[in-house]
Design a protein around this ligand. Structure first.
Ligand code: 13P
Ligand code: SF4
Length: 340
């Protein structure tokens, strides 16, 4: 029996479902689709896991995604392909130091990105993903709230600039998006003058400034689908190309340039932790029930508050995606795109 078939059988036998992020290997994404699981951004992964009837969730992504699933579904078993698969934003934001940072600003509310540990989420008032961060901060700013933001400094700067909110920022970064280079992107645009530039907001400001569209992974995909342009330069993990190519076989996607080639490149637009997800490991955890994610109950209860605020907010609002750059002709698209 082929491996895909075997995993499908194991998923059925165990009443398990596979929830994969767009950055995982195409084989994993196609298996998730073929077995009634989901392939999504981190916001939708959280929603899908919470609403799933399965008893076991196999989360193919990184540790914080598994923890989010556990926080929202304490009665489900959450298994991950590799417990070492983490995220530079999570690593760069230890809870003790972050908590001390927050203590310096008692008059501010704490908004953290989902790419954090359960403990950091428990310290926060709000948890957000890139699909909804802008809308939530805009709403908080409208209520006169001042904000502590962590951990991604590029996303924090982008949100502060777009919303005008008063934000103090933790100085973390994603090692994948931080590698996109503004100068090389300028050259790339000259070589592909008809292409639109799509950028994930974890990228540096000089890269975001060149974007025709800025958004989360799912928003980038939806934008490309809705656009009548057929060439795109994309600044995010190249794993997203599987879904883009599948949905838009006649369009061309070019990866935005990173710092160097092969040995001189730190990430080559591929998250090393996402790459730790393999079919072999998924088969193994389904056969051995290993790699279970656990979250201490007092942390889980506290962390759930900020995540539920985000989910409730997203359920009651349509998400307006903010563009940067000269996009007036595509402005109407933003309103059509709707919730991520
Ligand atoms: P999304 O929320 O857009 O899926 O991003 C998660 C992530 O880790 C981006 O690097
Ligand atoms: Fe974290 Fe960046 Fe990897 Fe996303 S791509 S999981 S932000 S290191």
């Amino acid at each position: 029996m082929g491996q895909q078939k075997r995993i499908k059988q194991l998923l059925q036998q165990n009443n398990a479902t596979l929830i994969a992020h767009y950055y995982t290997d195409p084989e994993i994404q196609s298996l998730a689709e073929a077995t009634g699981g989901c392939v999504a951004d981190s916001l939708e992964m959280a929603r899908f896991g919470r609403d799933s009837k399965a008893e076991i969730l196999i989360v193919a992504g990184v540790k914080f995604m598994g923890e989010t699933a556990k926080i929202l579904s304490p009665n489900k078993k959450i298994l991950v392909a590799d417990l070492e698969a983490t995220c530079s934003l999570d690593i760069g934001c230890p809870v003790d130091e972050f908590s001390k940072f927050c203590d310096q600003y008692p008059d501010r509310i704490v908004v953290v990105y989902a790419n954090t540990s359960a403990e950091v989420k428990a310290r926060a008032d709000w948890v957000v993903t890139s699909a909804i961060a802008l809308d939530i901060v805009r709403a908080l700013h409208a209520e006169g709230k001042k904000i502590i933001w962590g951990p991604d400094r590029h996303l924090g700067n982008y949100i502060a600039e777009q919303t005008g909110a008063d934000m103090v920022l933790w100085q973390g970064q994603c090692i994948v998006h931080d590698e996109f280079k503004a100068d090389s992107l300028r050259l790339c645009r000259e070589q592909h003058p008809n292409a639109l530039v799509l950028v994930h907001p974890e990228s540096p400001a000089q890269v975001v400034e060149q974007a025709d569209f800025v958004g989360s992974t799912s928003q980038i995909i939806k934008f490309a689908q809705s656009s009548d342009v057929d060439q795109f330069i994309v600044a995010t993990d190249r794993g997203i190309f599987y879904k883009m190519q599948q949905l838009m076989p006649d369009k061309t996607f070019i990866i935005a340039p990173t710092a160097g080639e092969s040995a001189t490149c730190k990430s080559c637009a591929m998250c090393p932790w996402m790459a730790m997800n393999t079919l072999d490991k998924i088969q193994n955890i389904l056969e051995s029930y290993t790699n279970e994610i656990t979250v201490p109950e007092e942390i889980r209860i506290q962390a759930e508050i900020g995540i539920n605020r985000m989910l409730d907010f997203s359920a009651t609002r349509s998400i307006n995606i903010k563009a940067s750059g000269d996009l007036s002709k595509d402005q109407a698209l933003f309103n059509q795109i709707g919730p991520a």
